[in-house]
Design a protein around this ligand. Structure first.
Ligand code: TXA
Ligand code: MG
Length: 330
């Protein structure tokens, strides 16, 4: 059932559900989360079950403010403090050493915990109200079935989990792709997942170079969002250069069937028959991130068999979008 994030009575209802150990579809500025009380093992188990996600894949714990961090983490390094000061509330998750007794199930058994303080006003309201009732953190992975496209609207969440789930409607997500994740447990900041907050911004805020996961010769923590194949629609996704999709359309001509195209350049009108469904890719990376998952869902809902996506520019500002596209195409 979808309830309104702008109605205080509905927000209360959502807080009540969370505190009672129920699941909630929670809006954030990045994507919608499938939320549960991070301190309630039974509630957290419901998340893994509903998503079909392996229970050793850790969840992000969402907090109302920096003040709640010490409930879950110990030995927060200096550079992590700087990142929080600069980017919270906002689309940045920090992996920190976990207090042994806290949120063990949510952390998937890791001795670290992923913490994020979202900026979406409805999320903030819910988290503050939860904290006031002693629920210090809310575990929430993206509210989609394991491996599928992340949801950026309440309707997307409902299409994943049906009407039985309580979903708080906070409108369309502004950012559109999941938070950047920085591992702060290895002495140096390590980028686990690129997002809207760029490498350059992260490095500048903490005054340290970001290390890439691959260059560290240690065991990498399990992170669903970093699996090679993820964010996958039902249709097959292919990343193509402008020249490649243009050539493919010429070859197929009037035989083009059940193809969707997301590209900067518009296909020439003569080629756009009933068999081709086109949407414009914004030339601005922030806008493209905002549109990405809803475009993939839209294509899928039209029953296309193949989705062609023009490979975005190979620049840092496109890193988050390119990362999701590569996994959708894998
Ligand atoms: O923007 C977001 O981060 C959204 C919204 C709902 O906040 N959440 C999200 O959650 O994307 P999820 O579970 O789909 O992705 C979280 C990623 C996963 O890849 C998970 O494995 C990783 O964060 N993660 C969480 N805790 C971790 C930990 N202790 N160590 C390593 N990776 C961790
Ligand atoms: Mg996810």
């Amino acid at each position: 059932m979808i309830i309104s994030g702008s109605n205080p009575v509905h927000v209360q209802q959502a807080v009540f559900a969370l505190c009672a150990g129920e699941l909630l579809g929670l809006p954030t500025e990045t994507v919608y989360g499938l939320a549960a009380d991070a301190g309630n093992e039974t509630a957290v188990a419901k998340i893994f079950k509903a998503k079909g996600r392996p229970s050793n894949h850790p969840l992000i714990v969402h907090v109302a403010s920096v003040a709640e961090v010490n409930q879950f983490a110990s030995d927060v390094p200096d550079f992590a403090q700087k990142l929080m000061a600069q980017f919270w509330p906002g689309p940045l998750t920090l992996i920190l050493p976990r207090r042994a007794e806290m949120a063990a199930a949510a952390a998937g058994g890791q001795n670290s915990v992923g913490l994020r303080c979202p900026s979406h006003p409805v999320a903030v309201e819910v988290l503050k109200a939860c904290a006031a009732k002693g629920v210090w953190g809310v575990a929430a992975p993206s509210a989609n079935l394991f491996g599928r496209v992340s949801p950026t609207s309440a309707a997307h969440v409902q299409s994943e989990f049906g009407d039985a789930l309580l979903i708080l409607d906070g409108g369309e997500c502004e950012v559109g792709i999941e938070s950047s994740i920085v591992d702060c447990t290895r002495g140096v900041p390590v980028l686990l997942r690129p997002g809207q907050i760029s490498r350059a911004q992260i490095e500048q805020a903490c005054g340290m170079k970001l290390v890439s996961q691959e260059t560290l010769n240690s065991e990498t923590p399990r992170a669903s969002g970093t699996l090679e194949s993820h964010y996958a629609p039902t249709a097959k996704v292919r990343l193509m250069s402008t020249a490649d999709w243009q050539k493919a359309l010429v070859v197929l001509g009037p035989h083009t069937q059940n193809v969707a195209l997301w590209s900067l350049e518009k296909p020439s009108y003569s080629l756009m028959g009933a068999g081709l469904y086109w949407r414009a890719m914004p030339s601005n990376a922030t806008q493209a991130a905002h549109d990405l998952f809803s475009v993939l869902r839209d294509f899928d809902s039209r029953g296309v068999r193949t989705i062609w996506i023009e490979t975005p520019p190979d620049t840092l500002e496109w890193e988050g979008v390119c990362d999701r596209l590569k996994r959708a195409a894998a």
